[in-house]
Design a protein around this ligand. Sequence first.
Ligand SMILES: O=C(O)C(=O)CO
Length: 259
Amino acid sequence: MPKFAANLSMMFTELPFLERFEAAATAGFNAVEYLFPYDFEKSLIADKLKAHSLEQALFNAHAGDWDGGERGLATLEGRRQDFRDSITQALDYARALECPKIHIMAGISDVTGKTEALYVENVRYAADLAAALDIEVLVEPINARDMPGYFLGSVAQAIDLLERIDRPNARLQFDYYHAQITEGDVTMLMRDSIDSIGHIQIASVPERNEPDTGELNYPYVLAELVAAGYRGWVGCEYRPAGETTAGLGWLAAYRNDAK
Ligand SMILES: O=C(O)C(=O)CO
């Protein structure tokens, strides 16, 4: 059975952020991920993880002015120092939370030779700092319907850029929800990319709800992922259709399968 991590930016949002850790543990999760921890002292979050025996699977480096529409700094001209500061901050939190993976968002930018070169340089910078702490940096293609203008728009583009970045700890965050929208043929895409994959996320398509609805057959898709050798966390980055716990029947079905 795959190991599932609750995404606390989308799940358990009925509760204040710091209360979501206990809710995730009570629901049976052993790990969590979320977008950003930076509104809270890292020691406070570390205490929550410890109190509820949770692993921190992943979080994102600061992505700029989110409310103002920014979605990452790695391709933004004139923001090199902000980008570097975001990596220092993310690694500081990652060390405190014993988190092995950081997602670096690319930003809203046209794909030009110049933005590609800046992206390669920035992700290499982050990867080299992270390597010293045994941390991976992840890049994630995001579909243009959810994030119009996002620089990284397909798995193929991400793989090409990872080859140019050429760092063993710079890897692909493969979100089946986005991949089904950007390219489809997701099991072949996963098999072709498995050597680059550092983290997985799931949600139904097209609604981005629980993974037992929508057009993807997750029992098959995830069995193929495990057969391909993936042993990491599968982040549940979906918006529950109703109350989070009421929608967790899909998780029980995987547990029953494993018995
Ligand atoms: O929007 C997404 O899919 C993300 O994972 C952002 O980190």
